[in-house]
Design a protein around this ligand. Structure first.
Ligand code: PTJ
Length: 248
């Protein structure tokens, strides 16, 4: 059967191809392919579209990023393989630093990720030069090693496709954390200040647009955001979708 390119199934196959290419090019680790599979499953449950709750979270994230003094975009293998253009656009729009920070860290992978970001227009990439390495306390994984010009001094950190430990360690270290996570029940989703329950491949473009709009409107506008309530709304949306699927 020929699936039209705009069909959600075709889009998700296209995203999978990008990740596999990232794996072959040395950006993504095997564990990243597994993480993507988990993401695909949750994307299916949320209907492979950006929900109303996710749009609210994107607007809240944009306000936080635009108001930040020192915003930082933390990049891992999956994120670099899926959204290199959007990472660079977002950094430009909000004046953020881009830092490569990996769970399965190696110099070779960091260089491969930095290469793709540079190809997409990034001028400065942190996390590569070990002379600037510092450590986040209370974190065991390689992700504790951060750049003293980036995450170490950042106030608002965007950390997509994250593991729960680092989100908690960053919070304890006084950072505001924004994440993309298709699983609204994950530890990261629950611990972050703003969780965008959406595929990074859809949400990042929307976040860039929302930051442009928030910048034009000026700082300090917009209502209070309740991440817990927003996550409950995402779980409810999944339940509704499941109900529809079992009725069909
Ligand atoms: O590149 P490294 O070395 O830093 O390794 C990164 C991985 C992804 C392997 C590591 O962070 C990891 O294992 O992550 P987890 O704990 O599997 O968490 C990934 C979360 O992201 C899961 O809750 C997935 O549902 C979610 N996710 C996967 N793909 C996407 C996603 N969320 C948004 N957009 C996606 N495309």
């Amino acid at each position: 059967m020929l699936i039209p390119r705009t069909h959600p199934r075709a889009v998700s196959l296209h995203i999978r191809e990008r990740l596999v290419r990232g794996y072959r090019d040395g950006l993504v680790v095997e564990e990243g392919l597994l993480a993507h599979g988990r993401g695909e499953m949750f994307d299916y449950l949320i209907g492979e579209r950006t929900s109303r709750a996710s749009r609210m979270a994107i607007r809240a994230a944009a306000r936080m990023l635009v108001e930040a003094r020192h915003p930082v975009i933390s990049v891992n293998g999956n994120f670099a393989a899926l959204c290199p253009k959007e990472i660079v656009s977002l950094a430009r729009v909000i004046g953020a630093k881009i830092e490569v920070n990996l769970f399965y860290a190696s110099r070779k992978r960091k260089r491969a990720i930095a290469g793709v970001l540079r190809e997409n227009g990034a001028a400065e990439i942190l996390g590569l030069d070990e002379r600037f390495s510092r450590q986040i306390p209370r974190l065991d994984s390689a992700r504790r090693v951060v750049d003293e010009r980036g995450i170490f001094i950042g106030d608002v950190i965007l950390v997509p496709l994250e593991d729960g430990d680092r989100t908690l360690a960053l919070k304890k270290f006084g950072k505001k954390v924004i994440t993309f996570d298709l699983n609204p029940m994950s530890r990261t989703a629950q611990a972050a200040d703003v969780t965008i329950v959406d595929n990074v491949t859809r949400g990042m473009g929307l976040l860039v647009a929302a930051c442009k709009a928030a910048g034009r409107r000026g700082h300090g506008r917009g209502g209070r955001f309740d991440n817990r309530k927003n996550l409950s709304d995402s779980v409810l949306a999944i339940k509704k979708n499941l109900g529809r699927m079992s009725d069909a």
